[in-house]
Design a protein around this ligand. Structure first.
Ligand SMILES: *Cc1c(COP(=O)(O)O)cnc(C)c1O
Length: 394
């Protein structure tokens, strides 16, 4: 076999298992209604939970940021790329989530993926470090744990007892528990108060990935720590800024000493060009909106949309997972049926992604619909009517 044949063989194997992924080209801004191939589609697939990605104030702030700071940062943070815009954003974020931490400080990143690699490699660098990782964690946490070269122990989903037993039997001087707060493919919440109690008891760090919680949960949108009313110096908190905040990037907030360690030691932080400062400038407006009355009413509308799904979706064969967040999965089972239903919805002008293994466990292929405060009640009514109809057609 020549080299290209070998690659094509791998692709053919994916195709046989209905695992080939397809990118669709979106020709309009991120919003519930998008243009794809010249056709208007009603989309339930973005992570723009609050509808800020196309918010006029955020877009205006991005334009203003470009005028103030130019297009690019020009260098990594430790050379000359750390702009006043980044510093103001970090100060604002530290203040925003700071009441849940001791001696809070925040550090901004280009992406959540890199923030996770940075946290876990910096924390897991000690010779005998152990990472205790929740089984449904996001791929970026799994990769971060691998890159850290620490011992990794995976505990079963939401199983506080199993985690406690692992911590109790560990002799590591550096223990790191890591979990998503809102699980990306299921939409449910991790039992963070119980997990934090264990971390405090066993002197473990608790790394929380709040990619789907920041902006969407907690009365003022401060995320999982506010939702559960937690405060601890053991917490290393990661929030993404490309989901509810509508722009891009991420941040870690933690005790100031931990943040200093990341700046000094985390290679995914040190060896990359700082994000364009205009993004940081736009994010100041996003954070203002998230914490304002407007943010609260956007979160309330999101809950009204979820309540409407509860009321109008009548599933018989498929299973809707219990979720009070914007992530609303419907388990179909087989890859083929999930793809067929996804295509059926698409034919009706509704865009809902089918999620298959390895992103989720084999036999649990699903439709993962995500709601946004930019959706209307009518949008959701259109979706539930189509789903109820497609489930009846075998
Ligand atoms: C999206 C996501 C990330 C990655 O964040 P990006 O900013 O998109 O790189 C990390 N963790 C979870 C749970 C996510 O959903």
């Amino acid at each position: 076999m020549n080299m290209i044949d070998a690659v094509n063989h791998k692709l053919a194997l994916l195709d046989e298992q209905s695992l080939t992924r397809l990118r669709r080209v979106v020709e309009s801004p991120c919003a519930p209604r998008v243009v794809v191939g010249g056709r208007s589609m009603l989309a339930f697939c973005s992570n723009d939970y609050l509808g800020l990605a196309s918010h006029p104030r955020v877009v205006a702030a991005l334009r203003e940021g470009a005028e103030m700071y130019g297009a690019g940062s020009g260098a990594s943070h430790l050379i000359s790329g750390h702009s006043l815009a980044h510093q103001l954003l970090e100060d604002r974020l530290a203040e925003f989530v700071g009441e849940h931490l001791e001696s809070p400080r925040a550090l901004s990143f280009c992406t959540g993926y890199m923030a996770n690699l940075a946290m876990l490699t910096a924390l897991g660098a000690d010779g005998d470090a152990e990472i205790f990782s929740e089984s449904l964690n996001h791929a970026s946490l799994i990769d971060g744990a691998r890159l850290a070269r620490a011992q990794v122990k995976v505990y079963p989903h939401a199983d506080v007892q199993a985690l406690g037993a692992l911590l109790a039997s560990s002799n590591a001087t550096s223990k790191i528990v890591v979990t998503d707060s809102v699980f990306s493919m299921d939409g449910n919440l991790a039992p963070l108060p119980e997990i934090l109690a264990l971390c405090e008891r066993y002197n473990a760090w608790l790394v929380i990935d709040d990619a789907h919680g920041f902006g969407t949960i907690g009365a003022s949108g401060r995320g999982a720590l506010e939702h559960f009313n937690l405060r601890s110096q053991n917490v290393v908190y990661m929030g993404t800024l490309g989901k509810a905040a509508g722009v891009g990037g991420a941040f870690v907030a933690a005790h100031s000493s931990m943040i200093e360690l990341l700046i000094q030691r985390a290679r995914p932080y040190i060896y990359t060009t700082a994000a364009p400062p205009a993004l940081a400038h736009a994010l100041l407006t996003s954070i203002d909106i998230i914490g304002s009355d407007e943010g609260a009413s956007r979160r309330a509308h999101l809950q009204a949309l979820i309540a409407q799904l509860d009321r109008d979706l009548h599933l018989k064969r498929w299973e809707r997972m219990v979720s009070r967040t914007a992530i609303q999965p419907i388990i179909i089972g087989s890859n083929e049926e999930a793809l067929r239903i996804g295509a059926g919805l698409y034919g009706k002008g509704l865009w809902v992604p089918a999620i298959r293994p390895p992103t989720v466990a084999a036999g649990t292929a699903r439709l993962r619909l995500t709601l946004s405060a930019a959706h209307t009640l009518e949008d959701v009514a259109q979706l539930t009517a189509a789903l109820n109809e497609l489930e009846d057609l075998r």
